[in-house]
Design a protein around this ligand. Structure first.
Ligand SMILES: [Zn+2]
Ligand SMILES: [Zn+2]
Length: 294
């Protein structure tokens, strides 16, 4: 994929996965087989308060990341769900505060995302207290069951508050009905853990339920994108000043029912970072990472 002028390999990742080591329904071996059969390249094992001995697993060609989901106390007597990636296999699972947990992960060389804030009942104001995180989950497939899978609004508010946050899509796999609903495409030189983690730290990835970006580009203030067939393209910009294009109305595309390329001039008064969200015929979304124009 061409990511703002440079070509990268694309690696399909599920970065939030539980096993029988905590409350998941599958063994690590079953997880590796299931995701391998669906052409995933990367799995992060993120059991509640517990790491996994991933160095002893046969990834069958997939890259395995040692992770953990941490639950320090949060607002209104509700625990945080912090997704920590690339932590040592003997990493501790209990922390007195979110700040302690995040500090421990960062010191160990990992990164932290706030998992499913909407499911937890957390506002963007709550999430803004999490100094040191790299972003949130914009989509969590396991939260569909109670109608709280999407975190678009929280993400928008974080960015409007000045926190340029990335956003993942994840399965948060526990059971069969959580499988293959949302994933993160990591754009990296290779699929070694250091290369993947550098890309995650840099915001070089996008979240998706199916649609794929092929190119994202800025030429001055012109934003361009190529992607799989979409019926709607939205440029998310500051406050209410987004730009929405639906395929049948798109002026240069006549009666086509879908579009797969897009170019728009970003007006001068748009100061905050922009993102591109596309929706396909089946109603599935992909979300690009935020980028500043100029
Ligand atoms: Zn969780
Ligand atoms: Zn989880």
């Amino acid at each position: 994929m061409n990511f703002y002028g440079k070509d990268y390999n694309v690696y399909k990742a599920n970065l939030h996965t539980h096993t029988k080591n905590s409350d998941g329904g599958y063994t690590p071996e079953e997880i590796i087989r299931l995701y391998g059969e669906h052409s995933y390249d990367v799995i992060a094992f993120t059991d509640h308060r517990k790491t996994n001995k991933i160095s002893t697993y046969d990834g069958k060609g997939m890259t395995l990341i040692s992770g953990i989901e941490l639950h320090p106390p949060g607002p209104r007597n509700t625990p945080w769900h912090l997704l920590a990636l690339n932590v040592p296999e003997d990493f501790a699972g209990e922390y007195a505060s979110a700040s302690d947990a995040i500090t421990a992960v960062l010191l160990a060389g990992g990164i932290v995302f706030c998992a499913h804030p909407h499911w937890s009942g957390f506002t963007s104001g709550d999430v803004l207290t999490l100094n040191g995180i790299s972003g949130i989950e914009v989509y969590n497939n396991s939260c569909r069951g109670i109608g709280r899978a999407y975190n678009d609004q929280c993400w928008n508010e974080l960015i409007e508050a000045g926190f340029v946050s990335g956003a993942l899509a994840v399965d948060d796999t526990h059971a069969s009905y959580h499988l293959f609903g949302g994933w993160t495409m990591i754009l990296a030189e290779d699929k070694s853990v250091p290369s993947l983690m550098a890309s995650l730290a840099m915001g070089r990835y996008y979240a998706t339920q199916g649609p794929e970006f092929h190119r994202l580009e800025l030429k001055g203030r012109t934003f361009e994108a190529d992607f799989t067939e979409a019926v709607e393209v939205i440029i998310l910009a500051e406050h209410s000043r987004g730009i929405c294009v639906t395929a049948p109305d798109f002026p240069n595309y006549g009666d086509h029912k879908t579009i797969s390329t897009f170019s728009v001039n970003i007006p001068e008064h748009y100061q905050s970072p922009i993102r591109c969200r596309i929706r396909d015929k089946e109603g599935k979304y992909a979300w690009s990472a935020p980028i500043y124009v100029n």
